[in-house]
Design a protein around this ligand. Sequence first.
Ligand code: 5AD
Ligand code: SF4
Length: 428
Amino acid sequence: MCYAIPGKITGLKNKIAIVDYFGEKRRVLNEFENVRKGDYVYAQGGIIVYKIPKKEAIEILKLWKDRFFELKKIDKNLSQLDGEIKVRNNILEILQKVNLQKELSKRELLDLLELKDQASLKLLYQTANNIRQKEHGNACCVHGIIEFSNYCRNNCLYCGIRNDRLIDRYRMREEEIIRIAKYAVRKLRFKALVLQSGEDYWYDEKKLIKIVREIRKLNVLIFLSIGIRSESLYSKLYRAGAKAILLRFETSNKKIFSKLRPKTSFEERVSLIRSLKKMGYIIATGFLIGLPGEKNNDIINNILLTKKLNADMYSFGPFIPTKGTPLENLAPVSQDVVLKTIAISRITDRKSKILVTSALETLGKEARKNGLLSGANSLMINLTPSYYKKLYELYPGRPDRDKNLLENIKETIELLFSLGRAPIDLGI
Ligand code: 5AD
Ligand code: SF4
């Protein structure tokens, strides 16, 4: 199995390389000294992660060639706008403005978020999907995630692994994390891994650096998702080989933030995200949808803050109530609210990647597919062994909870192919 397509370097200037995928060119960052024009590489998140021997690359490209063009055709067909859909004039005007690439006012973004009738929703999702196809082609990132510890020093009211909740806790040892990463990269050929945990300071500088150094040797893009740590530690981890961060600001509404995240600071979180971006990290950030007290205006502010933070990737999902937490009796938002948020994010930020998160998948069988058809172009596959996965329950009802990994990968790839998406990576 192979989830990424190697590209050929056709241009190289300073640290910027042009990588060609069957005639389609992407700009990517190159940090390797031994990469030259004519070499074949794998790029992830806009960074070259691995130089692949020419012979091997040509073999893989041969396997991909026909399928590549076939997939593109399917995607193009699925992302056309249906000119027959009848919607209210003011909505049509807003969507026409979008097609002319004009910036929408906050009022107009709110009008889109408030849409309810099926025809308008359909046109909104199609418009966003059409932008996704024009800007990114049929590329879709498929990252693997390893949830390595469910200890957390925080007590966020919405979260299933909050410190006060009585659950069995686990911590993987360094060797165990590295072993799972090796399996994911060598056997399953993942090219990007997310290492996630609660805010668990048991993993000190020494342990984290060891984990990152060893996994980086596998030639894979490392995303860290470990919460608040000092800038100096993050800077050391960057040098050790981690190049991407997943850290949500959770909500841009400071009142809601301080109510739901006791003893943590909104300003500190946002300022850390900014600093990490400056350090050179690829940034995935975002928010929860449907927290108590949240209004539509907050969702729009959340989208705009994600954009302002220059997110390379949007990561947001619905808040799902968890038993045994203070918010257990609340109701989750509907799938359409999340799809509208994906579509509006795509309209607001054409160039970024948008992730379909597993929280969205809990809202319906087709939710993942619907997310991909509303402007999203990124997925994650959970690589955590099942005995730990059951304990890493940020929220209940994860659809992959009891699924076997290989089965899950197969289903994901089948879904992507049915939508004409290719798991190659995108440029910067
Ligand atoms: N529902 C959905 N997402 C949640 N998270 C935490 N608790 C929940 C919940 N109940 C998300 C947070 C955090 C990420 C790791 O998981 O947004 O950033
Ligand atoms: Fe910890 Fe994150 Fe859960 Fe908050 S949301 S309790 S920081 S894992």
